[in-house]
Design a protein around this ligand. Structure first.
Ligand SMILES: NC(=O)c1ccc[n+]([C@@H]2O[C@H](COP(=O)([O-])OP(=O)(O)OC[C@H]3O[C@@H](n4cnc5c(N)ncnc54)[C@H](OP(=O)(O)O)[C@@H]3O)[C@@H](O)[C@H]2O)c1
Length: 264
C-alpha cells in the first residue's frame, strides 16, 4: 500500500446517482422513506421494500424510477423473489441498503422470549438472508455495494436497548468484517450509524433524546457520506463523537459516567 492510499476514501465515492440501481429495505417509514425520496430525487432507480405495500406506494409517489417491492425481510424466500423481480426489471442491482429494524425499549427484567426472537430476526438474521441472496451476483460482477444501518446504540451496552442494542453491535461487527472480506473483491461496504432520529421507531422512547434530527436530515447526512466514500457514516457528529468517546473509556470510568447520566 502506497502512502497515498492512507488519504483516499475507503469506498468509491457516489456523487452521481443517475443509473444506480438501489434496493432499499425498510423504505416505508422514517429514515428509509426519507432516504428513498432523496435517492429518487437524486436520479437513482430505487426498489422500495418493507412489509406494508400502501406506505411504500406513498413513498414511491409517481416516480417512474421507483419499484414497489413489498417483502418481509425475515423470510429468505422473499429476498430471492425480490432479487428476481429487480433483475427482471433492471438487469441487476448496484447497492443494497439494509435499513429495516424493529425496536422495543425494555429493561433486562422485562425481556420476553418472543420479543427477542422477533427483534433478532428482523434486525440481524434478515441481513444474513439478504447477503445470501445478493452476494453471488455482486461477487460475479466484482462491483456494487452493501450498506448496513446499525446505530450508535451498538457502540456500547445501554440499558433500555436490551435486545435492540446487541443486534446493532452485531451489525457493526458484521459490516467491519464484510469490508475486509468483500472490498478486495470490488464490493463497497458502508456502515451507517445514526444518532437519534425522529421516526415511529424512536416515538416509543419516553426520555428526552439528545441531538434529535429529522429523517430528512438523516438522509442528507447519508448521501453526503456516500459522496465522500466513507466506510462509517455516523451522524450527527456532535452526538456520535460523545458516545464513541464514552464507549472507549476504561470500564470503571464508563460505568460510573453512564450510571450518573442515566440515573441508573
Ligand atoms: N430513529 C433513530 O433514532 C435510529 C437511530 C439509530 C439507528 N436507527 C436505525 O435506522 C433504521 C430505520 O429506523 P427508523 O427509525 O426509520 O424506523 P421506522 O420508521 O420504524 O422504520 C423501520 C422500517 O423497517 C421496516 N421493517 C420492519 N420490520 C421489517 C421486516 N420484517 N421486513 C421488512 N421491513 C421491515 C418497516 O416497515 P414495515 O413495518 O412496513 O415492514 C419500516 O420501513 C433502523 O435500522 C433503525 O434501527 C434508527
Amino acid at each position: 500500500m502506497t502512502p497515498g492510499h492512507w488519504f483516499s476514501p475507503l469506498n468509491p465515492r457516489i456523487r452521481d446517482w443517475h443509473g444506480q440501481r438501489v434496493w432499499l429495505v425498510g423504505a416505508s417509514s422514517g429514515i428509509g422513506a426519507a432516504l428513498a425520496r432523496a435517492l429518487l430525487t437524486a436520479g437513482a432507480r430505487v426498489a422500495l421494500s418493507a412489509r406494508t405495500p400502501e406506505r411504500l406506494a406513498k413513498v414511491a409517489g409517481r416516480s417512474t424510477n421507483a419499484l414497489v417491492l413489498p417483502m418481509d425481510a425475515t423470510q429468505p424466500a422473499q429476498w430471492s423473489a425480490g432479487l428476481e423481480e429487480i433483475t427482471a426489471r433492471w438487469k441487476g442491482v448496484d447497492l443494497v441498503i439494509f435499513c429495516s429494524a424493529q425496536y422495543q425499549p425494555e429493561r433486562s427484567w422485562e425481556v420476553k422470549a418472543e420479543g427477542v426472537r422477533t427483534m433478532l430476526e428482523a434486525n440481524l438474521a434478515s441481513v444474513y438472508f439478504g447477503l445470501e441472496t445478493v452476494l453471488p451476483s455482486l461477487l460475479a460482477s466484482g462491483s456494487g455495494g452493501l450498506a448496513i444501518v446499525a446505530s450508535v446504540a451498538g457502540y456500547m451496552g445501554l440499558p433500555n436497548a436490551t435486545v435492540y442494542g446487541p443486534t446493532k453491535a452485531a451489525l457493526i461487527n458484521l459490516a467491519e468484517l464484510l469490508y475486509v472480506d468483500l472490498r478486495p473483491r470490488g464490493i463497497a461496504v458502508t456502515l451507517i450509524d445514526p444518532g437519534f432520529v425522529q421516526t415511529p421507531l424512536t416515538a416509543r422512547n419516553d426520555f428526552p433524546m439528545p441531538a434529535l434530527i429529522t429523517p430528512e436530515q438523516a438522509a442528507e447526512y447519508i448521501l453526503a457520506g456516500f459522496a465522500a466514500g466513507r466506510f462509517e457514516i455516523d451522524f450527527p457528529w456532535r452526538f456520535t463523537r460523545v458516545v464513541r468517546f464514552i464507549s472507549r473509556l476504561p470500564y470503571r470510568l464508563r460505568f460510573a459516567l453512564l450510571g450518573r447520566m442515566l440515573g441508573a
